[in-house]
Structure formats: C-alpha cells, structure tokens
Design a protein around this ligand. Structure first.
Ligand code: MN
Length: 390
C-alpha cells in the first residue's frame, strides 16, 4: 500500500459553515490561493445547492485555479448532484462529493428511510455523478456510528457504481482511535485497491487528529481537514496538526503528504484575518504561543541548544522569528539574543539596564512583547545612556 496520504481541505465548506466563519466569494478565493500554495490535494469549495454564494464560490475557485482538484458537496439526490456538476463546469479537475447518512439513528429520526432505500439512493447518486466526472467521492454520513456490516455493503456498492473515494466520517466526533481504526481497517480491507478510503473527523471529544492518525495506520489514504481545525461545533481535524505529526514523527508514522509546511503559518494567519477568530494562543503548530519559550529556565536551555525544548523549528512552518514572544519570565540570555537579532550589541551594563526596563514593562502585561515593542524599548531610551545614567 502506498505511503502517500491525500490532504482534502474542507476549510471553505465544513469550516466555512460554522458560526463566525462565513466568507464571501472574494474571501474564499483569497483563501483558496493560499491553500493551493500550501499544496492541498483537494479543495472542497462549497455545497452548491445550499446557497447561491456556495455555488458561486465553487464556480470561481474552479475557474481561477486550473491546477487544483476542486470538490463540490451534494446530497444523494438528483437536484443536488446536478447543481454540484453545474458549479464545477469550469473546473479542470472536478470532484463531486455526494453523501447520505447511513447510521440507524439518522435513518430512523432524520431520513425516515430503510437501509435498502439509502443504499439505492447512494448508488443512484454516484452513478449520476459519474456522468459528469470520473472523480466521485461518496460519504456515509455518521459512518462511525453505522452498523459495520451495512457500512461495508454500502461502501462496496458505491465503489461498484463508480466512486473512487469512500469517506467514512465521524460526523459527531464520538469515536475513539482504537474503535475508529478497526472500522476503517475493515472497510479498507473490503475495498482493497478499488478505492481510496477517506476519513473526516470532528473534534467534539478532542480526538479528531488522533482518530485520523489511527485511520491512516488502518489504511485510510485521504484525510479531510481544515486550517486551524475550524468546522461544525468543536471543529474538524486540524490540517496543520496532522501534517506536522506525519512530518515530525516519521518513525511512528511512515507516511507522506505533498503539503509545503512553510506555508502553514501563513495559511493560519490569513484565515484568522478573513473570519472572526484565530486559533487559541496555545494551539499546536500555529498558535501565538506554540513556539514561545517564556520561562527563564526554558529560554536559557533553548538558547544553549534549541532541541532541549523545541521539537519543531518554527521556521519549518513559516513562523517569522519576530513573532516569537518574550514575556516577563524571559531571562537576560533571551533578551540579549533578541537585541542582537534586532541589531543592538549590548554590553553587560547595557543589558542589565535593558533587562530592568523590559521587565518593568513586561510585568504590567498579560501578553508578552513582540519584536516591534522590544525595538521601541531599545530605541526610546538609548541603552548606553541609560546605563551611564544609572
Ligand atoms: Mn463535517
């Protein structure tokens, strides 16, 4: 089995449909450009039947990014699939992504359909989608809570009907790594080389990334994820986390993606500017504090040898050095080095004076100081004079 894992980005669809994350078509285009630069394999740009804006977004992304594989979402019904196909007319590499719920709880309460009906509708939708494109993905919504025998039957039937990718989502973020890995392994064995098994995990229990990794180990080769982990409720599997785990621990996860990691931070920052919130400060990989070593002991060790406290060089994910925070727990060693980087060679006395001034400001702050502020401090009171005056 290939070690290549495909990154299916759904920032512009699942991500965008959550509160505070709406994007206009021009905003989606800006984000799409960043995602293309980042090297995602697939870009899900919207759910065309859901709104005119979604239709236009898929259309525009397809038209503007001829090298990208662009996906449009559709329920398993004629109107949806045809609308998705229409929205993809300008895309050079279109994918129709059609879905229907397969779990007992969804069949009984939401769809009010039998397993047979759902299976027939899934097959019919895939067949219809194949009339428009060779690249069809089927999703068994709430797959993780679906009876495994039925899920396997549906998976085989949609592949027989022409689906090249079968996605088994943990729609409600309920599964656990061992359980999910076993289910994905079963479907991957049942489909063999006939289709790629995909996963789509939600983070309701904080397990979206762990579940996605368990699925990769069990044979999944497509991961659906979003920048900053945005998405319905607690969000989706975080793109930057799953990518950097594979990159940082090849000894544990011998798989590869085509993501250009140096654009991860930029993608996270752009998304934060386009929607109403950014990642929490302590978010892995892209959070403001993800590479901040504030405590003096940590900083001292880090400055002597980075690997004492740092498992990822922030430059590999594109964090500009100036955005590393210095706070009130910073020691002289860190301050001295930062001043040097900013072009100030400080004598011992100058450093002491600067340290004193810096601490006075940092003490009043909850957040740390960024380069701009540190520079201002260095400039506003020439340290040599300050030291002399002291
Ligand atoms: Mn979802």
């Amino acid at each position: 089995m290939s070690d290549r894992v495909y990154i299916f980005d759904t920032t512009l669809r699942d991500g965008e449909q959550s509160p505070g994350c709406s994007m206009t078509v021009p905003e989606k285009l800006r984000m799409a450009a960043k995602l293309v630069e980042l090297g995602v394999d697939l870009l899900e740009a919207g759910f065309p039947i859901a709104s005119e804006g979604d239709f236009e977004a898929v259309w525009a992304v397809g038209a503007e990014f001829p090298t990208a594989r662009v996906a449009a979402l559709a329920r398993c019904c004629t109107l949806d699939v045809e609308r998705a196909a229409k929205s993809l007319e300008r895309a050079a590499h279109p994918r129709i992504h059609t879905f229907i719920a397969t779990s007992e709880i969804h069949l009984k309460h939401k769809l009010k359909k039998t397993q047979r009906q759902v299976l027939d509708e899934a097959v019919a939708a895939v067949e219809l989608a194949r009339r428009y494109t060779d690249d069809v993905e089927f999703s068994a919504e709430d797959g993780a809570r679906t009876d495994p025998d039925y899920l396997e039957a549906v998976s085989k039937a949609v592949v027989e009907a022409g689906a090249g990718t079968v996605n088994i989502p943990d729609t409600v973020g309920y599964s656990t790594p061992k359980e999910y890995g076993a289910l994905i392994g079963r479907i991957a064995r049942a489909l063999g080389e006939d289709a790629i098994v995909s996963v789509h995990c939600h983070d309701d229990l904080g397990l979206a990334v762990a579940n996605s990794l368990a699925a990769i180990e069990a044979g999944a080769r497509q991961v659906e994820c979003t920048v900053n982990g945005i998405g319905e409720r607690a969000g989706n599997c975080s793109l930057e986390e799953v990518v950097m785990i594979l990159k940082t621990r090849p000894d544990q996860y011998p798989y590869r993606t085509d993501i250009r990691a140096e654009h991860l931070y930029g993608a996270s920052q752009l998304l934060s500017r386009l929607i109403t919130f950014g990642p929490q400060p302590n978010k892995a990989i892209v959070g403001r504090n993800a590479f901040a070593h504030e405590a003096g002991i940590h900083q001292d060790g880090y400055l002597k040898e980075k690997t004492t406290y740092e498992i990822i060089d922030p430059r590999t994910v594109g964090v500009p050095e100036g955005e590393l925070v210095l706070g009130k727990h910073s020691g002289r060693h860190a301050l001295h080095q930062r001043a040097q980087k900013l072009g100030y060679e400080l004598s011992r006395e100058e450093l002491d004076a600067f340290y004193y001034r810096f601490s006075a400001v940092a003490d009043q702050r909850k957040k740390g100081l960024m380069d701009e502020e540190i520079l201002a401090l260095l400039r506003e009171a020439p340290v040599a004079q300050q030291a002399a005056a002291d």
